[in-house]
Design a protein around this ligand. Sequence first.
Ligand code: HBI
Length: 96
Amino acid sequence: MTEKLSDTGRETVLAPLLANGWEMTEGRDAIKKTFKFEDFTEAFSWMTRAAMWAEKWDHHPEWFNVYNTVEVTLSTHDVGGLSSLDAKLARKFDAL
Ligand code: HBI
């Protein structure tokens, strides 16, 4: 069972992400980031690669794409907030 990020571990896990463009969402325990690309093709290509990791890890983003922009929100529905899976997927998304 995926564990919700604990208060102690949370800082350590989230700090590098918050320093790399992720931010806490208002009103819910989630993180979000807007990715900007050259054009729609680049954005959708990134989404396709990102989707393969989400499927591999059975952990899926909430995302919204308009042309060259992808807004990503990560949270773990099963625990009603942030888990280590969200941090793991965020790190992967940043590396794609
Ligand atoms: N993705 N972000 C996210 N959060 C979940 O809780 C989740 C998921 N993908 C699949 C999944 N849970 C399944 O394990 C079922 O709980 C739906």
